[in-house]
Design a protein around this ligand. Structure first.
Ligand code: FES
Length: 150
Protein backbone atom coordinates (compact mmCIF):
# COMPACT_ATOMS: atom_id res chain seq x y z
CA UNK A 1 0.00 0.00 0.00
CA UNK A 2 2.70 2.51 0.98
CA UNK A 3 6.01 2.94 -0.87
CA UNK A 4 9.26 2.16 0.89
CA UNK A 5 10.06 5.88 0.88
CA UNK A 6 6.83 6.76 2.69
CA UNK A 7 7.65 4.14 5.31
CA UNK A 8 11.21 5.48 5.74
CA UNK A 9 9.99 9.06 6.29
CA UNK A 10 7.23 7.85 8.61
CA UNK A 11 9.56 5.70 10.73
CA UNK A 12 12.40 8.25 10.73
CA UNK A 13 10.97 11.71 9.98
CA UNK A 14 13.36 14.50 9.03
CA UNK A 15 13.25 18.01 10.52
CA UNK A 16 10.61 17.37 13.16
CA UNK A 17 10.34 20.00 15.89
CA UNK A 18 10.33 23.76 16.24
CA UNK A 19 12.58 26.65 15.19
CA UNK A 20 13.51 29.29 17.73
CA UNK A 21 12.21 32.64 16.49
CA UNK A 22 10.88 31.37 13.16
CA UNK A 23 10.57 33.79 10.24
CA UNK A 24 7.17 32.36 9.32
CA UNK A 25 4.64 29.82 10.57
CA UNK A 26 1.93 28.02 8.60
CA UNK A 27 -0.77 25.86 10.15
CA UNK A 28 -3.31 23.95 8.10
CA UNK A 29 -5.81 21.27 8.96
CA UNK A 30 -8.16 18.95 7.19
CA UNK A 31 -11.66 19.22 8.66
CA UNK A 32 -12.63 15.75 7.37
CA UNK A 33 -9.86 13.65 8.94
CA UNK A 34 -9.00 16.19 11.67
CA UNK A 35 -5.25 16.09 10.97
CA UNK A 36 -3.24 19.22 11.72
CA UNK A 37 0.15 20.30 10.37
CA UNK A 38 2.46 23.15 11.38
CA UNK A 39 5.45 24.22 9.30
CA UNK A 40 7.98 26.77 10.57
CA UNK A 41 10.58 28.39 8.34
CA UNK A 42 13.78 30.36 8.90
CA UNK A 43 14.61 32.74 6.04
CA UNK A 44 18.04 34.31 5.59
CA UNK A 45 18.87 36.45 2.54
CA UNK A 46 15.81 35.12 0.72
CA UNK A 47 16.73 31.46 1.30
CA UNK A 48 14.93 28.94 3.53
CA UNK A 49 17.84 27.93 5.72
CA UNK A 50 15.71 25.80 8.06
CA UNK A 51 12.25 24.24 7.88
CA UNK A 52 10.66 22.20 10.67
CA UNK A 53 7.31 20.55 11.19
CA UNK A 54 4.97 19.35 13.89
CA UNK A 55 2.14 17.14 12.71
CA UNK A 56 -0.79 15.66 14.52
CA UNK A 57 -1.99 13.15 12.01
CA UNK A 58 -1.71 9.92 10.08
CA UNK A 59 1.49 8.20 8.94
CA UNK A 60 1.17 9.66 5.43
CA UNK A 61 0.82 13.17 6.89
CA UNK A 62 4.03 12.67 8.87
CA UNK A 63 5.86 11.33 5.79
CA UNK A 64 4.66 14.23 3.60
CA UNK A 65 5.63 16.76 6.30
CA UNK A 66 9.10 15.25 6.44
CA UNK A 67 9.41 15.25 2.63
CA UNK A 68 8.25 18.85 2.18
CA UNK A 69 10.87 20.06 4.68
CA UNK A 70 13.58 18.17 2.75
CA UNK A 71 12.38 19.70 -0.52
CA UNK A 72 12.20 23.25 0.86
CA UNK A 73 15.47 23.57 2.79
CA UNK A 74 18.05 25.50 0.77
CA UNK A 75 15.49 26.85 -1.72
CA UNK A 76 14.78 30.53 -2.36
CA UNK A 77 11.33 31.82 -1.48
CA UNK A 78 10.33 31.79 -5.14
CA UNK A 79 11.55 28.21 -5.61
CA UNK A 80 9.82 27.01 -2.43
CA UNK A 81 6.53 28.58 -3.51
CA UNK A 82 6.69 26.40 -6.63
CA UNK A 83 6.79 23.16 -4.60
CA UNK A 84 3.46 21.50 -5.35
CA UNK A 85 1.34 18.84 -3.74
CA UNK A 86 2.29 16.58 -6.65
CA UNK A 87 6.03 17.20 -6.02
CA UNK A 88 5.60 15.98 -2.44
CA UNK A 89 3.72 12.82 -3.51
CA UNK A 90 6.10 12.07 -6.42
CA UNK A 91 9.19 12.40 -4.23
CA UNK A 92 7.63 9.85 -1.88
CA UNK A 93 7.22 7.51 -4.88
CA UNK A 94 3.46 7.98 -4.77
CA UNK A 95 0.67 7.82 -2.23
CA UNK A 96 -2.53 5.79 -2.27
CA UNK A 97 -5.34 7.91 -3.83
CA UNK A 98 -7.19 8.06 -0.51
CA UNK A 99 -4.06 9.61 1.07
CA UNK A 100 -3.35 12.28 -1.57
CA UNK A 101 -4.94 14.94 0.63
CA UNK A 102 -2.09 14.37 3.12
CA UNK A 103 0.41 15.72 0.57
CA UNK A 104 -1.93 18.66 0.01
CA UNK A 105 -1.62 19.56 3.69
CA UNK A 106 2.19 19.56 3.51
CA UNK A 107 2.49 21.83 0.46
CA UNK A 108 -0.27 24.11 1.76
CA UNK A 109 1.37 24.44 5.19
CA UNK A 110 4.71 25.34 3.57
CA UNK A 111 3.07 27.99 1.38
CA UNK A 112 1.17 29.35 4.41
CA UNK A 113 4.46 29.70 6.33
CA UNK A 114 6.03 31.60 3.41
CA UNK A 115 2.98 33.86 3.12
CA UNK A 116 3.17 34.54 6.87
CA UNK A 117 6.84 35.50 6.49
CA UNK A 118 6.15 37.80 3.52
CA UNK A 119 3.30 39.52 5.33
CA UNK A 120 5.45 40.07 8.43
CA UNK A 121 8.11 41.58 6.17
CA UNK A 122 5.50 43.89 4.65
CA UNK A 123 5.88 42.11 1.33
CA UNK A 124 2.32 40.81 1.01
CA UNK A 125 2.01 42.93 -2.14
CA UNK A 126 4.96 41.07 -3.67
CA UNK A 127 3.09 37.81 -3.13
CA UNK A 128 -0.12 39.21 -4.65
CA UNK A 129 1.90 40.44 -7.62
CA UNK A 130 3.33 36.94 -8.14
CA UNK A 131 -0.15 35.39 -8.04
CA UNK A 132 -1.47 37.92 -10.54
CA UNK A 133 1.55 37.44 -12.83
CA UNK A 134 1.03 33.67 -12.80
CA UNK A 135 -2.62 34.05 -13.72
CA UNK A 136 -1.76 36.53 -16.45
CA UNK A 137 0.91 34.23 -17.95
CA UNK A 138 -1.51 31.29 -17.93
CA UNK A 139 -4.15 33.40 -19.66
CA UNK A 140 -1.66 34.43 -22.34
CA UNK A 141 -0.63 30.82 -23.01
CA UNK A 142 -4.23 29.67 -23.33
CA UNK A 143 -4.94 32.58 -25.64
CA UNK A 144 -1.91 31.72 -27.76
CA UNK A 145 -2.96 28.06 -27.92
CA UNK A 146 -6.46 29.06 -28.95
CA UNK A 147 -5.06 31.39 -31.60
CA UNK A 148 -2.79 28.63 -32.98
CA UNK A 149 -5.67 26.12 -33.05
CA UNK A 150 -7.92 28.51 -34.98
S1 FES B 1 -5.62 11.14 6.78
FE1 FES B 1 -5.78 13.31 6.83
S2 FES B 1 -3.78 14.07 6.56
FE2 FES B 1 -3.64 11.93 6.37
Amino acid sequence: MYSEKVMLHFMNPHNMGEIENPSGVGVVGNPVCGDLMQIQIKVEDGVLTDVKFKTFGCGAAIATSSMVTDLAIGKTIEEALKITREDVAENLEGLPPVKMHCSNLAADALHAAIEDYLKKEGRGEWLNGKKKATKKRTGTKKGARRRRAA
